[in-house]
Design a protein around this ligand. Structure first.
Ligand SMILES: C[S@@+](CC[C@H](N)C(=O)[O-])C[C@H]1O[C@@H](n2cnc3c(N)ncnc32)[C@H](O)[C@@H]1O
Length: 215
């Protein structure tokens, strides 16, 4: 089920700046050649991620779930001059494609792709992040939130994708898939965390925006 009606999505796309050429080609190649292309963030969400990054001008970004690199490129566009984005993915099959597009986007020196399980890699990262984008296996979100928390600077932001899980989160619990249940559990966990302030944005499949409080 599409949460946002197609007519609204089409209107929103009409009045959103067009995809830059490299993102347009990456989007197209993903839909032509890669399994599960719906996983790609896409035009509207990609533009939103770019805008957030341009506003924050982060020095360090962590992305959990690279896929073909679309959101990594969007997020890396707003990095500070000495900025770096780490992006993690368990699947090595798309590494060549990601790196080719990072190069074409002129961002190869700003994006570090690490292949492996996110839960193994995150503890090894000796960085303080300004922005974290969680977009990997849905049942790992709660763990990623906990693993990342101490590495997020006070006042820093997390964005977690797919929290509406195709609208399944609105169904009775008995009707929900394991992934939808995981999204509800994740939202409940964040809502109960007094260290965070959160906003659930109904963009695409739902983005939970979380700020690490400074008080
Ligand atoms: C929804 S896709 C990411 C889409 C991408 N962020 C974008 O917007 O274009 C989810 C990705 O998470 C990866 N993934 C799944 N489980 C993972 C894990 N345990 N550790 C790291 N990556 C994982 C998958 O291989 C997949 O590429």
């Amino acid at each position: 089920m599409d949460v946002i009606p197609v007519t609204v999505e089409t209107f929103a796309e009409k009045y959103t700046s067009p995809e830059i050429d490299v993102l347009h080609r990456l989007n197209r190649e993903t839909y032509l050649k890669v399994e599960q292309p719906h996983m790609l963030s896409g035009h509207l969400q990609g533009q939103y991620l770019s805008m957030v990054s341009y506003m924050l001008q982060p020095r360090r970004i962590l992305e959990i779930g690279t896929y073909t690199g679309y959101s990594a490129i969007c997020l890396a566009q707003g990095l500070a001059a000495d900025g770096l984005l780490y992006t993690l993915d368990i699947n090595e099959e798309r590494e060549e494609m990601c790196k080719r597009y990072f190069q074409e986007a002129g961002l190869a020196d700003k994006i570090q792709l690490r292949i492996g399980k996110a839960a193994d890699i995150i503890p090894q990262l000796q960085e303080t992040f300004d922005l974290v984008f969680i977009d990997a296996d849905k049942q790992g979100y709660e763990q990623y939130y906990d693993l990342v928390w101490d590495k997020l600077r006070p006042g820093g932001f997390m964005l977690a994708d797919n929290v509406l899980y195709h609208g399944e989160v609105l169904q009775e619990e008995a009707q929900q898939s394991a992934n939808a249940k995981a999204m509800v559990r994740f939202c409940e966990k964040v809502a109960a965390d007094g260290r965070a302030t959160q906003l659930l944005l109904t963009i695409r499949d739902g983005l939970l925006m979380i700020r690490k409080n400074t008080y």
